[in-house]
Design a binder for this molecule. Sequence first.
Ligand SMILES: C[S@@+](CC[C@H](N)C(=O)[O-])C[C@H]1O[C@@H](n2cnc3c(N)ncnc32)[C@H](O)[C@@H]1O
Length: 259
Amino acid sequence: MLYKDPSRKIEGWLHPVCGAAIYSLLHIQREKGITGNSLEIGVYLGKTMSHFICDRNKNEVTIGIDPFVYSFQPKGLKNKDILKQLLANIKKLNQEHHINGKTILLKGYSHEDNIINAITKYKNTFRVISIDGGHGYKEVMNDLCLASTVSADNGVIIVDDYCNPICPDVTNAIKDFLIHNTKGRSWRITFGIIPDCSPLTGSTRIFLQRKKCQIDYGKMISEALNIITFQYEPKILSDYVHLGVDIFESNTHIFTPKE
Ligand SMILES: C[S@@+](CC[C@H](N)C(=O)[O-])C[C@H]1O[C@@H](n2cnc3c(N)ncnc32)[C@H](O)[C@@H]1O
């Protein structure tokens, strides 16, 4: 399988190997006929979200939540207008790819009532949700609970910065969600991937699925990654370090790339 990275020219936080894992997940959903909407909390310039947009079917929506006020000055941007640049990035994706469905951007923080109300209208419809917004404990816990409420039964929640020493709150919130939260106890970590440069220029993404979901996403993503080739990235997959994250659950898949 060839990974055609739609986000290559978009600035942001997605290592190619994590992008390939997301691409594989979306490919698996397509093969299995799983349809539904997609959501990202913490969009920035749309690097991760571009994968959802390009994979979308007719009648599906991709929703992005972000306050679009970022104190970090993006490289090459003459102003701080994140939203303007994001809209330009989405327009370019539309020009370069055959895009179906609709993108909806919600300007605000994911804990705000109007945002939560807007998202819960799509309850049980999201097949994939990326959490990469606020990295504090309360924010991550809020986002995990929101994602659990709106995810489809066979949906996957992807969380960035797991076990990243720069933001330990993320790890703590995920751990508490899975162990102590009523909603969280129905989820398990199915897959984790750590680029070799983590945490400096890339970081761990973990993939959660419902325990009752019959599809073993982790196993299938691992299998897909073992045969994936990269259109742009010169490296091969075994140049990267991968770890299964089996500290909470014994049935998390441990990914071992072939030599
Ligand atoms: C690390 S960046 C996201 C990177 C992006 N996912 C990508 O693929 O490049 C974090 C983003 O989260 C946004 N953010 C911070 N707190 C948030 C919150 N409570 N709700 C939604 N977005 C938030 C920031 O404005 C910022 O754009």
